[in-house]
Write a protein that binds this ligand. Structure first.
Ligand code: COA
Length: 174
């Protein structure tokens, strides 16, 4: 297997998904007549998976979802616009961030409805974690997301360690 140092660094724009459109219909509603959050989460997971697979060139699995923030409801008739990018790559894992905008397409008014951050792990042919290429952020925003992903990983590892210690050393990952 090649090491990360041997892999060509890839930019976020090489793997990102920009403005994937989903038109909301009445069958997407929950009992509160707003868009069912589980549908949005499933779509986010699929789109982020594609980003992880494009970046790594491998089959990937969702390891964890750190943050899903529902900032505002989406309603029937809205157009949901999903954009996702690789924020950072480590050895075998990658943080993928996704932003969802709800657009009133009649008035061309948009609002930010969801931000989500997930960790995906690339697998080799035997199903074991495999090295992924480094990520080379290019823009100011990409560099900021890269730094913030490091903070989330620190928090995740510290949390896993606290849980491990509380359970008397039984392994938890992160
Ligand atoms: C994710 C998975 C492959 C990790 O396997 P593992 O044997 O724990 O792997 P390791 O301990 O060697 O860790 C491998 C990487 O996964 C990361 N990882 C493991 N568990 C994690 C978690 N809960 N959250 C975030 N990252 C995690 C590690 O930090 C490590 O990253 P790095 O290589 O970039 O440093 C394994 O736990 C798994 O298969 N989980 C089920 C995935 C799944 O079914 N998802 C839903 C359907 S897609």
């Amino acid at each position: 297997m090649s090491t990360a140092a041997e892999e060509r660094a890839r930019t976020p724009s090489e793997s990102g998904v920009d403005a994937h459109i989903y038109k909301v219909f009445p069958n997407d509603m929950n009992a509160n007549a707003t868009v069912f959050g589980g549908m949005i989460m499933a779509t986010v997971d699929r789109i982020c998976l594609v980003v992880a697979e494009r970046h790594s060139g491998r089959v990937c699995v969702t390891a964890s979802v750190d943050d899903v923030h529902f900032m505002a409801p989406a309603r029937t008739g809205d157009t949901l616009i999903f954009s996702a990018a690789c924020n950072r790559a480590w050895d075998s894992s990658m943080e993928i961030g996704c932003r969802v905008i709800a657009e009133d397409s009649y008035r061309r008014e948009s609002r930010h409805v969801v931000s989500a951050y997930s960790t995906f792990v690339a697998l080799d042919a035997d199903g074991y974690p495999a090295t992924v290429p480094p990520l080379a952020p290019e823009t100011e925003a990409e560099r900021a997301r890269h730094a913030e992903a490091g903070l989330r990983r620190e928090t995740r590892l510290a949390h896993a360690e606290r849980v491990r210690a509380r359970r008397g050393g039984a392994a938890t990952r992160g």
